[in-house]
Design a protein around this ligand. Structure first.
Ligand SMILES: [Fe+2]
Length: 131
């Protein structure tokens, strides 16, 4: 068995667990640009203390021949608005929605991987062209 076989993917407009990567399709080399990754953009994910996204990892695979996939960022949601009254009773919950800045010097593919504590691993990808 391979870990990759456990990773699920689907159309994010139909499946609430699929990470949505939003950033420019084309960027300038070595120039910062913003990337937003969220889960539940079309169909909201619960995001409660019992059912939530634990983390989002972002990777980059260069288009040119390169054996490596680069780890760009890790975003952990270690708290979810837990309440002393019990699970799912708090006044606030965190959403799995992150924006960060990056720069690239070659075209390639961004890959987002997220873990739901109940429904497992989900991934999506988006190509970026560096000019
Ligand atoms: Fe879930």
């Amino acid at each position: 068995m391979k870990l990759g076989e456990q990773i699920q993917s689907a159309d994010w407009k139909k499946e609430k667990h699929v990470p949505v990567i939003e950033c420019p399709d084309k960027v300038e080399a070595e120039t910062s640009f913003s990337v937003n990754v969220s889960i539940g953009k079309e169909i909201p994910h619960p995001n409660t203390t019992e059912h939530h996204i634990s983390w989002i990892d972002v990777f980059f695979k260069p288009k040119e021949k390169d054996p490596f996939t680069y780890h760009v960022g890790r975003f952990e949601f270690v708290t979810h608005g837990e309440s002393t009254k019990g699970a799912n009773t708090g006044p606030i919950y965190s959403n799995p929605d992150v924006t960060f800045s990056m720069q690239a010097n070659s075209s390639g593919t961004l890959i987002a991987l997220a873990l739901c504590n109940i429904h497992g691993l989900w991934e999506s990808s988006k190509e970026i062209q560096v000019e």
